[in-house]
Design a protein around this ligand. Sequence first.
Ligand SMILES: NC(=O)c1ccc[n+]([C@@H]2O[C@H](COP(=O)([O-])OP(=O)(O)OC[C@H]3O[C@@H](n4cnc5c(N)ncnc54)[C@H](OP(=O)(O)O)[C@@H]3O)[C@@H](O)[C@H]2O)c1
Length: 399
Amino acid sequence: MAAYFVGMIDIEDAETFDLYRSLNPSVVEAAGGKYIIKGQPVSTLEGDDFRSRFVMIEFASEAALQRFYNSPEYAALRPLRERSSKSSIAYINTDSASSDCTAYQIPRFGDDVDLTPVTSTMAELGAADLRIQPTLISLNPVDWKIRSGILAALPFTFPYTPGAEGVGVIEAVGVDVKGFRPGQRVMAFSSLLRGGWFANKVDVSAIQCALVPDEMSDEQASALSVPLLTAHQAIKLHNGAIGRALVIGASGSVGSIATKLLRQITKNVDGLCSPSNASHVTGLGGNVIAPEQAAEGQYDFILDAAGGPIIETAYRSLAKGATLVSIVQPVDEARAKAASAHAIRYSAQPDGKQLADLMAEHKDLPAPRVALTLPLAEINTALHLLKFGRVRGKIFLKP
Ligand SMILES: NC(=O)c1ccc[n+]([C@@H]2O[C@H](COP(=O)([O-])OP(=O)(O)OC[C@H]3O[C@@H](n4cnc5c(N)ncnc54)[C@H](OP(=O)(O)O)[C@@H]3O)[C@@H](O)[C@H]2O)c1
């Protein structure tokens, strides 16, 4: 299935139109379009509605066509066409009858449960939602945790399509949505109960989406929402100044971004990670230490992004008035209180506006380390690697 951009043209200023004609093919090609008819003369058989020349360009989807038409590159060329010709422009979406989606679903929790592809007709788009065609999906530890049933206390419904974040192109917008239109590139961290990114189409609440900055790669856009919002929201739980901070699990996706954000607050950011990841953390401005080197009673803010017994290091390192945030495991509030500090277990919240604001404020966020990219159909292998593979960096899925 495809979408066809069609134009009928009467040229009025050949010189200017030739300039447009010489520049446009590279814009079309860069957007994935293919000329089927390139301005050939029209021979009319009946009627007088046709113009003298006809153009037809094929795109893989309506979203791809819209992306071309709304792109800054095409916007720059359009005035040349408009000045030099009379034209009628339209498009035909041969896919429009189909709202089918193939989603990788689980019927229940369990490590032994494979995600299986199910093709079905999508429900009508919610008024506040965007329908997105994912171009790249990022895996997060929460994906295997959900399948395992670790979060079974939450009211998940089955069949459930996991997938918390990714990047894609808007196919359609709900009737109440403002500020988004088809063809735009968006990224999102979807609420966990809804998930849905392990599919070739996903509906996401528009308030959880942000437009992707032009210069941002699909890899970065796909894998930024969860770690950036988590790190930012965790740091904001601390009231007061941060003179010294500790990040446990500093080499991971959340730990890396937290290290970077904390370095903008203080020079003194210590990080715990495996020796093999030390240079990555140092590159972010963190000071890599061994657990026994953690400065006793001196950290104003500690993020536990690793889990496990290493959190012991955190309790003995809290300064008076400090905040310990674990995004992984329960915390011992009484123990933190005994050190005149606070301990909070935190779950990040999706927020598209906050995501957009943070991206505008922090232009030098680290790009994710890419471990591997697999076809979406290999989702079960990807989840296995995520849980057991100790891969260094992100695993991506391509629909
Ligand atoms: N509560 C929330 O809202 C929230 C949000 C996001 C993430 N999380 C949780 O926070 C934790 C970190 O998430 P993330 O996205 O930063 O994870 P990640 O990118 O996969 O990084 C995890 C880091 O943990 C270390 N690690 C220790 N044992 C590992 C193992 N068996 N396999 C792979 N890595 C292992 C690795 O660093 P070293 O080898 O250097 O130690 C790795 O860099 C996860 O448990 C995740 O579920 C919670």
